[in-house]
Design a binder for this molecule. Sequence first.
Ligand code: FAD
Length: 507
Amino acid sequence: MDRPEVRKLVIVGGGTAGWITAAAFARLLGQRLQIELVESEAIGTVGVGEATIPQIIRLNAILGLDENAFLSATSGTFKLGIEFVDWGRKGSRYLHTFGDTGMTLANVAFHHHWRRSAGTAPDPKGLWDFSLHQLAADQARFGKLDRVGNTAMTGLAYAYHFDASRYALFLRDYAEGRGVTRTESIVESVARDGESGDIRSITLKGGKEVAGDFFIDCTGFRALLLGETLGVGYRDWSKWLPCDRALAVPSERLPVLVPYTRATARDAGWQWRIPLQHRTGNGHVYSSGFTTDDAAADLLMAGLDTRALGDPRPIRFTTGRREAFWAHNCAAIGLSSGFLEPLESTSIHLIQSHVSRLIQLFPRAGDPSAMRAEYNRRCEEEFAQIRDFLILHYHRTDREDTEFWRFCKHMDVPDSLTHKIALFASSGRVGRDVDDLFRDASWVQVMLGQEIVPADYDPMADQLSEAQLAEFLANLRMLIARAVGTLPTHEEYLARHCPADASLLAA
Ligand code: FAD
């Protein structure tokens, strides 16, 4: 059905999703759109979401944000990856880094050279002897490094940790400075066009009506527009990702600011630790089918590395996604569109990726149905790929010490993941989909980290003689150690370039 020109955009919700959406639309379509964002302080935001992946650097570049100003305002730190503790089995530990391990040589990915050198009884941990990120993380160092020496070895890839509430405020300043109007109120009802079924307007507490041509639902888990009003259903994936609750609590800052997130497996879920400059973010994600809220709270508090600064705050969720991400004249972005639990810090990335996709496919006028179908198709694929990557962490474990881990180990998983595991286990090959967010290096690290050791390696790795292989590996270790030795500590880097705002440190 043809629509008139889209002139007025209404965003409902002012959490991370609402303000990223407002900022990006203001930056890229602000000239032709009038943008209004409605949010309610009385309802508030989910208040978590403090760890990111490197794609956020692209968002900051599009918005033209200054990295140092952004990190100072949000008490941010740098993140080289996620350390997984006790996942493959109790006592295991590996870093899923944002970078490569070693380097490709003779057109063969590094892990095949490593696998060849490891012989008949390989210890999967050995791969990380060739990780620049691992060594920098071990020594709590950080700096800007594009390459290792004069080699083709890539340097440090990084993302950020930041204070979620400060992040939304920072983006709000940005968006309001570019013409976005903010209205503080509760949406009480939504009116639809009798003929098309499109959303026509929202009515706020007190009776004010806000009309629009296109609506973006950033109302969090409630999904007020796409879910409640338009009736788009939810596809529940908790049979594969059974965690459905979280408890979040801040604690004092870590004595040494390490440049990585930690995810420690617990009896019925896992616990996060996110280092910020002024405090530490902690949370316990767990399955209510396998433990109680009280036991989960006790485990969280007992597992803190620094003194708690409050009581644990509960959050409930269902892992899955909306049946459609855009229906009629409304798209859902953020938690309203689905949630894939925070294990690999992918939610803020999904916000940014959905916003940029929506902007690329945004209708000007006329019939938007082909654009809508394309948007939904690509969002669906993206969700499924991330889902499989997350399931891998739970499923490939030797742990059988609790009912939760026995369930995860023995559950059926999607065929797409079964295939990827079989391919890697037999040959070290990665069956990555072309658009997959996670690169080969990520799949390799998590497969090996979860102790799937390939039975064989790429025969092209045999191009190197035994002596050449040994020399190559020794050189890599030496070059990595030398490169890390030149970096400042993470604390020195932050103090020099982006110390947190004094108001935050005093708080
Ligand atoms: P919310 O923050 O819930 O915002 C909803 C907004 O809608 C609010 O402004 C609210 O006031 C408004 N609203 C709702 N109803 C109405 C109404 N009727 N009228 C007016 N306004 C209304 N992501 C990551 O990338 N990294 C992480 O480390 C991470 N950790 C997480 C840990 C947990 C336990 C959870 C649950 C999520 C985590 N996430 C993480 C996800 C991340 O928190 C969210 O993606 C992000 O905060 C975006 O939330 P949102 O803006 O969609 O929703």
